[in-house]
Design a binder for this molecule. Sequence first.
Ligand code: SUG
Length: 448
Amino acid sequence: MTKQAYEINFDGLVGPTHNYAGLSVGNVASLNSASSASNPKEGALQGLDKMKALHDMGFKQGIIPPLERPDIHTLKALGFRGTDTEIITKVAKEAPKLLVAVSSASSMWTANACTMSPSADSQDQKVHFTPANLSNKFHRSIEWKSTGNILKALFADNKYFTHHDALPSGDHFGDEGAANHTRFCDQYGDVGLQFFVFGKYAFDANQPMPRRFPARQTFEASQSITRLHYLNQEHCVFAQQNPETIDMGVFHNDVIAVGNGNVLFFHEQAFLNKQAVINELNAKYPGSKKLQFIEVKQQDVSVSDAVSSYLFNSQLLSKADGSMMLICPSECQTNVHVNRYLEQLTQQDKLISEVKIYDVKQSMRNGGGPACLRQRIVLTEAELQAMNQHCLLTPHLYKTLQTWVKKHYRDRICEADLADPQLLVESRRALDELTKILHLGNIYPFQC
Ligand code: SUG
């Protein structure tokens, strides 16, 4: 029998070292923002405001804390010795690009934190988590162990939750987590259809693949996740992303498609073999409703408009009346074509009845829209009760976190600031206080 279940959006809290370092080749915004000054305080407050807005609309909203940065522990593993201050000073002088990479607050994009499978889909009826190895980018490849520890602290009860290690690192099993994963279902507690989109076949160089920018997710990685999570292959679909769009800056599937419930909202150029993908999704969908496809045509919104506005990096949410709402970044309003498209969407399409716009510009400038900032986690009532309740947003927690951000965060960081050892001290002080606010215990390496 289907159990009642909820989709909870767990947003990453923007970290105290949020900066623009141009670290992500293939991610147009990251490269365009390289070396401009960031405002971590504004970024964290923008993120909190989006979380609070969703909470106020009746959606359950969770929080995933940032990682400890700069990552001294990686620097030590690379042979740097001395006190923390000595290490930062030395790395700033001898390997400034490395310092920039270990200082990135990129864990804020929690769509990339992991792939999670709800208990309804797993043959052992457990909730499964696999942190993404993020192998393709060095600054992100050092996230998964700490992210995994945070997920374990949030979802500790092994009666319900199973935590896996990330897949083996390296290009062949490059895994970017939920950014390339969508789940379709009638109700969240029903058996769902899990849809995995990948950029290339790692073990077969004769298959199509992008030429200019990297394919960050491989078929082999996606397939491994389905094995680890005990998924029924009859309810899994693997689809290749159109390599041409990767070469235009669509570095994750969530830059060109978003799904929820029984709806897929996507650009006509998102997939390599569109009709075959649609046919397989229809054939394998286990629900009793019909899958609904909202296909956006190139003539209405071009791929480059999709990349610059992040139309598809919106959150598609189920409202109480059964219709859906799209949570878009404000860049969708400033792009003339996208704005025009959205104006007619709610009139012509009865599936999406409302569009709401939020300002997450600090994150957007690094290529992270509303959908990148959240990890969707589907839990039954019992699983929800079993998780750490202090990481669920309430009006009180929102206020506490706002005060915490205002107390600890800087309002400007440029590359030179990363050489300041005081930034590490400030950042650790903030995170130490945060673990107490969220009742997480000692999750950070500096606390152990
Ligand atoms: O991995 N940007 C992130 C953005 C991730 C967006 N996530 C999803 N689409 N789900 C990335 O490319 C830029 C960091 C910098 O350049 O400073 C960065 O890591």
